[in-house]
Every structure is written in structure tokens, then in C-alpha cells.
Design a protein. Structure first.
Length: 276
């Protein structure tokens, strides 16, 4: 699944799944344009990645013989994001792969005020869904100008295929945003197929990253069995995936081995979506 000579854009690249994707695609030969907000979002209740972590991703890519250009930009800010994408393409000379990976989850175990729930709803939709649209919109002119086809993968979730997350604004927004990404993907897959640009979503079950392991999320799962809790267990005997498990699926989806795979919701979920 060689990506030698190709360039991949990854949002949320400082840590977690984004870092793992950068390392995997770099190992497969791609140069990386890595973008992260590197600033906290108050409603999440857990720390976002830092500039130090983004620089660590650059160093890890270099250790593996790859190259990565890192920029700080917020996917909610289209102009800032587009500027970072443009700079990356100017640096490497092309763009072939887009991973709209940046996302947040804001589930809380305590009772929230209406104002807090509305803030969560807005923040989650703006990062997860609006940010995914911004990423595609900023990247598409470069993919089309290259006239070489390409691949876009949006990171959704099992919550983009199933209905769970509780009744608070953050949980509802997470499910709504991850379902919305599927609609975005399917529409773009149809529109871009004549240009040889493939568009898919990946749907992980819980992954061992800060989003899943932070104290707020763990308290939510323990305290709200109706919206989380034990019924979220995977049929296969694994509590959480490693980020590399998702990266392996993405590496396939953006490779030439998947050259006719488009419009697909691709679960990496240890059987979660298939269970009764």
C-alpha cells in the first residue's frame, strides 16, 4: 500500500488517532501536512493537544524517515484552516489524501445548566461537522487541480451509525455530528467520483485516546447507563482499540488497493455495530 510521492493532510494531528495516522501514512511513504488547534475548548472538560505534542508528532515522523509540516489552526476557522492547507500544498507541491480527523466529545456525568448544554451542542457540531466540511472545502481545490484523483476519509464513530450518547447537549451533538459526517461523505462521494476522488468514513468503537479515557468521559459512562455504560461493550474481547488499529483501516482506504472503494461507511469496531 505504497504512498510514495503523495501528500496527506491530517487534522487533529498532534496526538491520539491523528498522530497515529500521520506515523502510519508517513511509514507508507506519504509526506504529511499536520494541523491541530493546540488550544483548549472549555466545554470539553479535558485538555486539548498542545503545540509541544504537535512538535513531538513531527519528530516521530522524522524518526521514521518521513517528513511533516505542522501548522496550528482551528478547523472552526475556515480562513485559518485554508491558509494552513495552502501553505502545506505550497511546501510539498501537491495534495492527494485528506483525513478530516479532528473531533471532540463533551459528555458530562453531572447535571448541566441549559446554557452549558447549548454551549456543548454548538462546540461539538462546530468542531466535528463544520470542521469536517471546512477541511474538505479547503482541500478540494488542490485535489481537483492535481487531476490525479485522491482520497478523503472522514473520521466518524460507531455513534455515527447507532443511536447512543444520552440526552445532554454534548452527547446528542456527538451523535448528530457523526451521523452528519456520513451525509457529507455520501454526497461528496457521488459528486467527486467523476474526478477519481474517493470519499469514505471510518467508524471506530472506543479508541485508547484522551477523548475516551479522560475522567469526564469515564464518569459519564459509569453514571449514565442509559446513554453509555456496559451496553457499549464490544462483542470481541477488547475494551478499546489502539489508534493504530484505525490507522491500518485508513491506510487501506487511501491506498490504490481501495481504488474503487468509495461511499463506504467502514466500521473498525470489534463487532459493535453488528451486535443485537
Amino acid at each position: 500500500m505504497s504512498l510514495h510521492g503523495r501528500v496527506a493532510l491530517i487534522t487533529g494531528a498532534a496526538r491520539g488517532q491523528g498522530r497515529s495516522h500521520a506515523l502510519r501514512l508517513a511509514a507508507d511513504g506519504a509526506a504529511i501536512i499536520g494541523i491541530d488547534v493546540c488550544a483548549d475548548i472549555d466545554s470539553t472538560g479535558y485538555p486539548m493537544a498542545t503545540r509541544t505534542e504537535l512538535d513531538e508528532t513531527v519528530a516521530l515522523v522524522a524518526e521514521r524517515g518521513g517528513t511533516m509540516l505542522a501548522s496550528v489552526a482551528d478547523v472552526r476557522d475556515f480562513d485559518a484552516l485554508a491558509g494552513a492547507v495552502d501553505a502545506g500544498v505550497a511546501h510539498f507541491g501537491r495534495l492527494d489524501v485528506v483525513l478530516a480527523n479532528a473531533g471532540i466529545a463533551t459528555m458530562a456525568f453531572r447535571e448541566l445548566t441549559l446554557a452549558e448544554e447549548l454551549r456543548q451542542w454548538t462546540d461539538v457540531l462546530d468542531v466535528n461537522l463544520v470542521g469536517a466540511f471546512h477541511t474538505a472545502k479547503a482541500a478540494l481545490p488542490h485535489l481537483l487541480a492535481g487531476d490525479r484523483g485522491g482520497a478523503i476519509v472522514f473520521t466518524s464513530s460507531t455513534a455515527g451509525l447507532k443511536g447512543f450518547g444520552g440526552t445532554q447537549g454534548g452527547g446528542l451533538a456527538y451523535a448528530a455530528s457523526k451521523h452528519g459526517i456520513v451525509g457529507l461523505m455520501r454526497t461528496l462521494a457521488n459528486a467527486l467520483a467523476p474526478h477519481g476522488i474517493r470519499v469514505n468514513t471510518v467508524h471506530p468503537t472506543a479508541v485508547d485516546t484522551m477523548m475516551a479515557t479522560n475522567d469526564q468521559m469515564q464518569d459519564f459512562l459509569r453514571s449514565h447507563p442509559e446513554g453509555g455504560g456496559p451496553h457499549l461493550a464490544n462483542p470481541m474481547p477488547v475494551e478499546m482499540l489502539a489508534p493504530e488499529d484505525v490507522s491500518a483501516a485508513i491506510a487501506y482506504l487511501v491506498s490504490d488497493d481501495a481504488r474503487y472503494v468509495t461511499g463506504v461507511t467502514f466500521p473498525v469496531d470489534a463487532g459493535f455495530c453488528n451486535k443485537l
